[in-house]
Design a protein around this ligand. Structure first.
Ligand code: ADE
Ligand code: ZN
Length: 334
């Protein structure tokens, strides 16, 4: 099954580009930019990646982003991620970036955007990986700051497919961002939001109703509300689940307790994603392998994760058809 999973074409819909910063690259960028990292070595930094909840991770993650300074840094970060994608047979990826993490440190929006976007262009032309970019608002910051970020993004609107909502879910419910999400929809952006990761099922309902999201990031706590679960199945709402992330952040005690396969078998449009692979111990293939080890699946079930991701992605119908055929072809020939 390992070979099948390795070769399976994959589509990633939940990846924070800042969360793909590997310790080795962090040290290289720190040297390049004359920034001090309070750890002796990449290995020592990696040992600090032990988390008890989302917040304990976010504290380290935002600190880690300090080494990103120039457009070239953002380019190098994104290229490194795309090269890993290629190894894992990822054919399409929709990437989150958090502008406020950088603009609050005095880095210009266009520095961040240009570096990431230039790499995505090269990823498409040289690695054959298609992509979209989604700009996230940090929910622990104010609505005003989110509106300011939305305004800064407008000159780049044709190259950003949507807006999202990430960071601390507890204490920062979807309703705090209703106004800025309405503004984003009016500007032509699609919307997604993290919900039901640490927060209650009600956050999923509010994201659907108040933020008009096309898909829900994480969403694993939907099982706490039977009516919501039935609605997600009926409306085919994609959930971008991140299995290794959920274990590292103690959303589930271990992979055997994870509900992703149960959700798949109930007919929920679940997908497998890596979230912040450098911090959580694995990229796409690692996530598929870990889920399959705890919950053995058939080839068709494993392929269904990719088919769900294709359907839930923001690519054209024509591309969806092409990618679907690629997956079916792979399964039939394996
Ligand atoms: N930012 C990066 N990873 C995140 C996660 N898993 N949840 C919320 N915000 C995040
Ligand atoms: Zn996330």
């Amino acid at each position: 099954m390992t070979a099948f999973i390795q070769g399976l074409p994959k589509v990633e819909l939940h990846l924070h580009i800042e969360g793909s910063l590997e310790p080795e690259l962090a040290f290289e960028l720190a040297k390049r930019n004359n920034i001090d990292i309070p750890y002796e070595s990449p290995e020592a930094l990696k040992l600090a990646y032990e988390f008890e909840d989302l917040q304990s991770f976010l504290d380290i993650y935002y600190q880690g982003a300090n080494v990103l300074q120039s457009e070239q840094d953002f380019y190098d970060l994104t290229m490194a991620y795309l090269v890993r994608c290629k190894q894992d047979n990822v054919i399409h990826t929709e990437i989150f970036f958090d502008p406020q993490t950088h603009t609050d440190r005095g880095i210009a929006f266009e520095t961040v955007f240009n570096g990431i976007h230039r790499a995505l262009d090269v990823g498409e032309s040289e690695l054959g990986i298609s992509s979209h970019l989604i700009m996230c608002f940090l929910r622990h910051l104010s609505e005003e700051s989110a509106i300011d970020t939305l305004e800064q993004s407008l000159p780049f609107k044709d190259k950003i497919i949507g807006v999202g909502l990430d960071s601390s879910e507890l204490g920062h419910p979807p309703e705090k961002f209703t106004r800025v999400f309405n503004m984003a929809v009016e500007a032509g952006y699609l919307t997604v939001a993290h919900a039901g990761e640490e927060g209650p099922a009600q956050n999923i309902i509010d994201s659907l109703e108040m933020l008009k999201v096309s898909r829900v990031d994480h969403g694993v706590r939907c099982v706490e509300d039977d009516k919501l679960l039935a609605r997600l199945i009926e409306e085919k709402t994609p959930l971008t689940v991140c299995p290794l992330s959920n274990i590292k952040l103690c959303v589930f005690d271990d992979m055997k307790q994870h509900n992703i396969v149960e959700l798949l078998r109930k007919g929920v449009a679940v997908t497998i994603n890596s979230d912040d692979p450098s911090y959580f111990g694995g990229y796409m293939t690692d996530n598929f392998l870990a889920v399959n080890e705890a919950h053995p699946m058939t080839h068709q079930e494993l392929a269904q994760f990719t088919l769900n991701a294709i359907e839930g992605s923001f690519i054209s119908d024509e591309m969806k058809n092409r990618y679907r055929e690629q997956v079916m072809d792979y399964v039939s020939k394996f």
